[in-house]
Design a protein around this ligand. Structure first.
Ligand SMILES: NC(=O)c1ccc[n+]([C@@H]2O[C@H](COP(=O)([O-])OP(=O)(O)OC[C@H]3O[C@@H](n4cnc5c(N)ncnc54)[C@H](OP(=O)(O)O)[C@@H]3O)[C@@H](O)[C@H]2O)c1
Ligand SMILES: *[C@@H]1O[C@H](CO)[C@@H](O)[C@H](O)[C@H]1NC(C)=O
Length: 343
């Protein structure tokens, strides 16, 4: 795992907690390193659309995250958090806490900019919001192309991939990858593309272990980033869901053994599998809790035990797109109405 361990600076925050920790990295196909945990920054979705940060809350969270050792931030143009992440990074660079090259930014192309010629413009827009001159990892958010009015477009994701390849050759992104692609779609990119994806971001948690997909990606050198890493431990779309909770007896007994919490155990389980978790929190205490997972290891038996929670459950299931030719998941009988549709 510790392909390239980096020593993080002694950091101080709040009432004086000091910690030195090593966050390992994973090597990508482009030869660069991805820090093994990232901070998720999607703030959710309500009847007004995407939830926006108020009073620079997210900027302050990201600054604090840098202080406690996070070096990797996950965003997307559609999250509308790029600007505050950029502000935080700029301030921490100015304070001398980090250099730009110590920070790893992942952001994503939205579905309405899938034409090859639109990709560089989308990236330049993200760079402007981030206040940066390159992005570490740029992902195609979905294989699904949409027109400006959100009607389905038939643009092939391979055309979009060419646009990402162009951008990497231009140097405005250092690495390129995918998100929410299924195995067959990834196989097509591997076969028809000229640059191998560096990473793929998919939903991975104890109810969606994705054993076969994770193994396939890793066999191709494609680093797997796991989104929604807490699974059923936390509420989903505002309500509790079926599945183990924070006080689950199996997870609690493992947690007790290591003097950790159950959220730390499920994050560490991803680390053991070489999956990069991207837990989201805006809470200072949980921010520290979630990165404090690099001073112990789970046994193979414990990893297996946690694999046993798998029920193949997805929380991100945009069935309103299921008639799109590139919809990546299984269709359901009663698709939900499209919250993105513009009327
Ligand atoms: N590529 C994609 O299509 C896609 C889709 C979904 C998500 N993502 C990415 O993945 C990130 C994480 O996924 P997610 O936000 O769906 O789910 P998540 O990180 O599994 O869960 C976030 C929830 O857990 C709570 N939480 C965080 N740490 C906790 C702890 N230690 N103990 C108890 N509760 C805790 C958070 O509340 P507080 O903030 O109050 O702590 C929040 O309600 C997103 O932010 C985004 O960057 C990508
Ligand atoms: C994006 O920015 C790069 C670097 O500044 C520039 O070479 C390129 O022409 C820009 N592309 C578009 C479409 O704006």
């Amino acid at each position: 795992m510790a392909v390239c361990a980096r020593l993080l600076v002694l950091s101080l925050w709040g009432l004086g907690l000091a910690s030195t920790m090593e966050v390992p990295s994973l090597k990508m196909n482009n030869g660069r390193d991805m820090p093994a945990i990232g901070l998720g920054t999607y703030l959710g979705f309500d009847q007004n659309g995407v939830v926006k940060s108020k009073d620079k809350q997210l900027r302050d969270v990201v600054m604090r995250a840098i202080d406690v050792g996070y070096r990797h931030f996950d965003t997307a143009s559609v999250y509308e958090t790029e600007q505050e992440i950029g502000e935080a990074v700029k301030m921490k660079v100015e304070e001398g806490v980090v250099k730009r090259e110590d920070i790893f930014i992942t952001t994503k192309l939205w579905n309405t900019q899938h034409r090859r010629t639109e990709v560089a413009q989308a990236i330049n827009d993200s760079l402007k919001k981030l206040g940066l001159d390159y992005i570490d990892l740029y992902l195609m958010h979905w294989p699904i192309g949409l027109n400006a009015d959100y009607s389905h477009s038939d643009v092939d994701f391979m055309e979009t991939w060419r646009g990402l390849e162009d951008a990497q050759r231009m140097g405005i992104v250092k690495g390129i990858g995918l998100s929410n692609f299924n195995k067959q779609q990834l196989e097509r990119v591997l076969k028809e593309g000229t640059i191998k994806p560096d990473a793929i971001q998919i939903e991975v948690h104890l109810q969606n272990v994705q054993k076969e997909m994770v193994e396939f990606c890793q066999s191709e050198g494609v680093v797997v980033m796991g989104y929604s890493p807490f699974g059923s431990l936390v509420a989903r779309h505002g309500s509790t869901v079926e599945g183990p909770k924070i006080d689950d007896p199996v997870l609690s007994s493992i947690a007790q053994k290591y003097g950790k919490t159950t959220p730390q155990i499920v994050l560490r389980w991803q680390i053991e599998r070489k999956v990069v978790p991207i837990p989201k929190t805006v809470n200072p205490k949980r921010l520290e809790e979630n990165i404090n997972i690099f001073d112990f290891t789970l046994t193979p038996d414990e990893v297996e035990k946690i694999n046993g929670f798998d029920t193949h459950t997805r929380y991100t299931l945009p069935s309103f797109w299921q008639n799109h030719p590139y919809y990546p998941f299984d269709k359901v009988d009663n698709p939900i109405a499209d919250p993105f549709i513009k009327v």
